[in-house]
Design a protein around this ligand. Sequence first.
Ligand code: AMP
Ligand code: ZN
Length: 143
Amino acid sequence: MNDCIFCKIINGEIPSIKVYEDDDVLAFLDISQATPGHTLLVPKKHVPDIFAYDADLANKVLTKIPLIARALQAAFPTMTGLNICNNNGAVAYQSVFHSHIHFIPRYSDQDDFSIHFGDHTEQYNTEKLEAIAAQISAQLEDD
Ligand code: AMP
Ligand code: ZN
């Protein structure tokens, strides 16, 4: 993709601070370090989001997640946690439409990063949850 900033990084057309590279993926520092060590893992193949992964690409990219995670853990002894995030779609905070996985090392609850899950437990009962699960499962039957 000509106008894709991450393709340009992969092709060396614009600079990045590289952490790891192999035939299939590149990992580099996020330009806006949410916390020190904030790293992005991207497939070298341009795919916009997780919905575009086939099994082969998933195997090439997603299996590298623990590798990067352990490297961060070893590199930063004061790191006490790690958030791994993958945003898909603008409403889900995706701003670069070349699929990428964020690794955000956590050092304390004062880090400039948070995830908020609203608690809607009281709005659901088993019947409602089973109906939702069936809706999803029906799409997985052929996989
Ligand atoms: P998202 O909002 O999930 O799409 O994340 C995109 C991320 O890409 C943001 O955290 C940006 O800081 C980061 N980013 C954008 N441009 C660059 C760049 N040239 N080099 C490194 N990271 C970048
Ligand atoms: Zn791209």
